[in-house]
Design a protein around this ligand. Structure first.
Ligand SMILES: [Zn+2]
Length: 271
């Protein structure tokens, strides 16, 4: 919808039309079955998200694949965005703590929530790609050369980005560099536990072949069980967060429509 509107209408008009569409969806899908913690809305169903591709099914890639009840009809959060939100809320105290955050390629739902928080110094950035919609006023940030000094941020959020970058080690090292000691980076990627070693092949470079081999036209690999080791090699101590094991969340009361198999990867820069 974003891309079509942007092509046809001026930016402000497109944003206005989008707001109307999202508000309509909020009421159309209203109900008691699901709760989106990011926007606080309740729904009878959520929208379907992801791609229906053979390689995703075969490798059982978590965080990809066609999933029903995945996208919030109002704020557009996905299952992984809601998982990040719950981590930020329950483990980081995002409502109160004073933090300087760098958010790479910000997801609209998390962006909207984070930019409003007065306790946060919030910096967004992304590297522009043709055909991909970006929020207005976002800065250009090349992850291979992050334009900030060492130990600038308390937190970096980099959700489903590394699988797009050929030199992912360099990107991980750059994120590590700009983190303060004691800081954390949320480094979520699509991952397959069916493969021990990350699958990548630089000779696979066309969009069609990347989609066939990696599950999306602009992905350059499928991370495997060695993902944690790759992060450790860049300097991080890696922790995982599973919302279903979080005693602060009563999953029986709140159906957040999370992916049961998905855990969050958090990289710590030790003090
Ligand atoms: Zn929502």
């Amino acid at each position: 919808m974003n891309k079509v509107l942007k092509k046809l209408l001026p930016e402000e008009v497109a944003r206005f039309v989008k707001k109307i569409v999202l508000t309509f969806r909020k009421y159309y899908y209203m109900g008691d079955t699901y709760h989106c913690p990011v926007c606080g809305s309740h729904f009878r169903k959520l929208l379907t998200g992801g791609f229906d591709l053979e390689v995703i099914k075969e490798k059982e890639i978590i965080g990809a694949g066609l999933r029903s009840n995945t996208v919030c009809p109002y704020c557009q959060s996905t299952d992984r965005d809601r998982l990040i939100f719950l981590y930020l809320k329950n483990k980081v105290d995002i409502f109160n703590k004073k933090l300087k955050i760098l958010h790479i390629a910000p997801e609209p739902s998390l962006y909207k929530f984070l930019k409003k928080r007065k306790n946060l110094l919030y910096q967004t950035g992304t590297k522009y790609s043709e055909g991909i919609y970006f929020h207005q006023n976002i800065d250009s940030v090349d992850l291979l050369q992050i334009p900030f000094k060492d130990e600038e941020f308390d937190m970096v959020i980099c959700n489903h980005v590394l699988e797009h970058i050929i030199e992912d080690y360099k990107a991980m090292s750059e994120i590590f560099r700009v983190l303060k000691k004691g800081g954390i980076a949320i480094l979520q990627v699509p991952i397959s536990y069916k493969i021990n070693s990350t699958y990548e092949d630089s000779s696979i470079s066309s969009e069609a072949m990347r989609e066939k081999h990696f599950g999306q036209f602009d992905h350059v690999r499928i991370y495997g069980k060695d993902y944690v080791t790759r992060l450790e090699n860049a300097g991080f101590r890696v922790e995982t967060y599973n919302a279903f094991e979080d005693a602060d969340i009563d999953m029986k009361l709140s159906n957040f429509a999370l992916n049961q198999k998905e855990k969050l990867f958090i990289g710590h820069k030790e003090k």
